[in-house]
Design a binder for this molecule. Sequence first.
Ligand SMILES: *Cc1c(COP(=O)(O)O)cnc(C)c1O
Length: 357
Amino acid sequence: MKKIHNFSAGPCILPKEVMQKAAESVVEYNNSGLSIIEMSHRSKDFESIMDRSHAIVRELLNVPENYDVCFLQGGASLQFMMVPENLFPVGGKVGYVNTGVWGTKALKEAQLFGETIEVASSKDKNFSYIPKGYNIPKDIAYLHLTSNNTIYGTQFKSFPETTVPLVCDMSSDIMSKPVDVSKFDLIYAGAQKNIGPAGVVVVISKKGIFGKSGRTIPTMLDYRTHIDNGSMFNTPPCFSIYTSLLTMEWIKNLGGLSEMEKINEAKAKILYDEIDSNPLFTGPAAKEDRSLMNVTFVMKDPSLEPEFAKLAKERNLSGIGGHRSVGGFRASIYNAMPIESVQALVDAMRDFSKKYA
Ligand SMILES: *Cc1c(COP(=O)(O)O)cnc(C)c1O
């Protein structure tokens, strides 16, 4: 197979050994005589996969006893409406910190349910920073945050201290470092950025928060349906869950999230150091808010960008085109991205500057 350095923002790179094992399970799962994609989700084998998947989320993220873990479908995008559907009290208010495209979409869905407050936003500077020092109204039912802004390359380094319940979209940095789950009422994350293939969402929620909104919630959109049925109310995305389990076992074998964080910091440092020292490139995200997962960079002379894109292609550096709302380049360096691939990108930037600077 051709060697590609996959910097795609999502679906994204997964560990080679995980893909190998996942591929084998499609032919036959664990000497069962059945493929993972044809076996009943009510079989002993799959029930064990489900149990281990819930358990390893708890273990890696150190999820407290008074929290539930469940797996849902519909992507993080469905969470944009499930959160208000379940937690936005009729006649109440909720707050959103708007730090990018995903935060904007989450806010837009909440607006369908009642009065929302945009508590803070970084839209004034094209979402290039994380707002700080804003006042959080006391009368909101929750404050919604996006921990890592996949498109703009910014990331919360600490979360607001408040008594207001926090809800967080952690799609693009979950499992990349330890997080204090007890600070949040609800955390959700689409798997396809750091955990597994598309098709599954991890939700971690504090016990006792649901059933208070005064809304009639359709069965499938009610978190309690899925929590009470161990994420098996209906057929779960079996293959995505199994592959996610394999990835989480890979993280555990590396030493867990503290170890993962060290590796991620080392990778990001190589790339940011190059962006800061290379005469041709610059990073649009505020330095103190730079993401460890999605590194955005542009060229000081944008007319050189097609030329650099060409070099990147020649060197099999794939998926580094920036999102159309930022331009330039974006290297997504999620958990499974090897440091050698980051180095290959840095080498290309260096060689390019030797030629053009
Ligand atoms: C990718 C992404 C989403 C959207 O996820 P889908 O699973 O495609 O719905 C939402 N939020 C963040 C932060 C993301 O990175």
